[in-house]
Design a protein around this ligand. Structure first.
Ligand code: NAG
Length: 253
């Protein structure tokens, strides 16, 4: 059950950004809602107490309140004299409103502690995503942010086939469902060399500002990228506006 998401195979989007990937993910207790998958900080800073700082604080407070009122996705845009600020959060589609709210509050704290005074940041936790920028980002963007690979391998062609199948399933299903989210599990039965009850679990989700068509484009753009992980028993492919993940252990409700 140990998660070893330590191998970082691709890091793009690094212009003006610092990427922080936690050295090892936490245990899979309560499906890791609050553990960090990646954190991106713009290296440019605003000045404490300036108009942007005040607007950002107000917007992040509003996002947390919206999550407390059972929203699972929100995007706020402020266009004032001299200020453009877009902020948003999205929870993993299976989280309860209270877990979602807890995750958004934790993500706001992570953004301010890991990216203090940054003019932009992205925090991807296992249970939710938070972002703010000085520009509008609510467009489809399938550039890869990070690919995480479990270090354990399974080279059995049957396993590879099953991964292909479940990844295709969640990718085609997510755009058609609430929160642009889909999850699935499949029993691998008595696969050679595996214990009974061996299963595969997968999920896919797009940012709430995408249309179903854009969501499908975003997810299919990297539908084979899990193969970059070279027979890994689990991987996560995160692009700017969508992601998917599969594992051999449950990681969602
Ligand atoms: C922004 O602030 C951090 C510390 O909060 C500092 O390490 C960094 O050098 C600053 N960046 C710029 C571009 O001034």
């Amino acid at each position: 059950m140990a998660m070893n998401l330590s191998r970082l195979t691709a890091v793009l989007c690094l212009t003006f950004m610092m990427l922080i990937v936690p050295p090892t993910a936490a245990t899979s207790k309560s499906y890791d809602d609050l553990s960090d998958v990646y954190i991106l900080c713009n290296t440019q800073n605003y000045t404490a107490g300036d108009a942007f700082d005040n607007q950002l604080k107000a917007s992040l407070t509003s996002l947390q309140q919206l999550a407390q009122r059972r929203s699972s996705y929100r995007l706020l845009q402020i266009r004032g004299p001299g200020i453009t600020l877009m902020t948003s959060f999205q929870c993993r589609g299976d989280l309860s409103p209270s877990k979602c709210s807890e995750c958004v509050t934790a993500a706001v704290q992570t953004a301010s502690s890991s990216c203090p005074s940054s003019i932009g940041s992205r925090v991807q936790k296992n249970g939710c995503f938070l972002r703010y920028e000085q520009y509008s980002y609510n467009v489809e963007d399938s550039s890869v942010v990070v690919e995480l690979c479990n270090t354990q391998k399974n080279t059995d062609p049957y396993f590879k086939n099953q991964v292909q199948g479940i990844v295709s399933r969640v990718i085609s299903s997510a755009p058609r469902h609430k929160n642009l989210f889909a999850s699935a599990s499949v029993s691998l039965g008595s696969q050679k060399g595996s214990s009974a009850g061996f299963k595969l679990y997968a999920l896919a989700q797009c940012q709430g500002y995408l249309s179903p068509g854009q969501c499908a484009d975003c997810l299919t753009a990297h539908s084979s990228s899990w193969q970059d992980c070279d027979a890994a028993v689990g991987s996560q492919i995160h692009s700017v506006s969508c992601y998917y993940r599969f594992e051999t252990y449950p990681f969602f409700y």
